[in-house]
Design a protein around this ligand. Structure first.
Ligand SMILES: [Mn+2]
Length: 319
């Protein structure tokens, strides 16, 4: 099954003249690491892929090889193949793709609620898309090197929360082992991503913890980041990375919820993390979003207080 899909992808890549690779909106370590690794792999095959991310690359990922080649403008109609990485639905891709039919799209993703919007859909139950790019590289018989290794390592490291989420498998460690043998340094890579936080990010974290609320006997921890907090801390989108993990880390917490006002776009973003049994993908779906069973999110519109009540109510009902 997997082999068939990999050969189909291989055929499409070999046939294509102009290949566009894309991250999802608000890019994270998996979508970026996977795109950068795939770009290096395709170059080894003599292809000249273009990399696209509509949203800026967070500072903590700017050390990755070839990151400067990522473009924030592209016209999908100029390409004969589009490879989407780590995007569960067309809506998770930049709006430039909204009229891209399935014909040209290869969809490589690991979200179980993926809407299969591509002509070829390679959906796997693995920790990160990085694992899928690794499998693809093996199938393409492209030899890996340290640069590809560090990109894949970042994809794995970030999507497994440092090899500690329940998506971490023996295969995940086996791939990471191979990356280390290629010369990837686990401490340097982790330092670049995690020990490199900006002051606004720290101030934002302080405000998030200060305002955190506990409900349902401590099983739900939530915090609300208002427009005022964003202005006072000078925090940006990228400064939210990893913040919610501090809420989930609280003893007795099952679900952590981060509710944040996105005043520029007049909407409210909801992020969920659960520790061991609540399916937050299901809750997110009811709110029009999606994700994984232990990490999911949604975008909502309307009155902040009403949204908070609705989100906390739904989560309480799911306990
Ligand atoms: Mn991912």
């Amino acid at each position: 099954m997997k082999k068939n899909i990999l050969s189909e992808i291989k055929k499409r890549i070999q046939k294509a003249n102009k290949i566009l690779l894309s991250t999802h909106i608000d890019p994270d370590g998996d979508t970026l690491g996977s795109m950068l690794a795939l770009h290096l792999i395709l170059k080894k095959m003599g292809k000249k892929p273009t990399m696209f991310s509509g949203d800026p690359v967070p500072d903590i990922y700017r050390f990755l090889p070839s990151v400067k080649l990522i473009k924030n403008l592209a016209s999908p109609e100029d390409f004969d193949l589009i490879i989407a990485l780590d995007a569960g639905s067309l809506g998770r891709l930049d709006p430039i793709f909204k009229n891209s039919g399935p014909e040209k799209i290869v969809n490589i993703d690991h979200h179980s609620d993926n809407t299969r919007y591509g002509k070829i859909n390679y959906i796997a139950k693995v920790s990160c898309v990085g694992e899928q790019i690794y499998a693809l590289a093996k199938h393409l018989k492209v030899s890996l090197d340290k640069n590809i290794g560090v990109c894949l390592y970042v994809a794995i490291m970030t999507d497994t929360g440092n090899f500690k989420y329940d998506n971490t498998t023996a295969e995940t460690f086996a791939i990471a082992e191979e990356m280390l043998k290629l010369g990837v340094s686990p401490d340097k890579t982790a330092n670049a991503v995690y020990e490199n936080r900006s002051w606004p990010a720290i101030k934002l974290l302080a405000a998030a913890l200060e305002n955190a609320q506990s409900t349902a006997e401590g099983k739900i921890i939530y915090t609300v980041i208002t427009k005022e907090i964003l202005v006072n801390t000078a925090a940006h989108n990228q400064d939210f990375t990893g913040l919610i993990d501090h809420l989930r880390a609280i003893r007795g917490a099952e679900v952590a919820i981060l509710i944040r006002e996105d005043h520029e776009k007049n909407r409210v973003k909801i992020n969920f993390r659960s520790k061991s049994y609540v399916d937050v993908q299901k809750i997110s779906k009811e709110l029009g979003g999606g994700g994984h069973s232990r990490a999911a999110g949604a975008i909502m519109h309307g009155d902040l207080l009403q949204i908070v009540n609705q989100v906390v109510g739904l989560t309480t009902a799911a306990l």
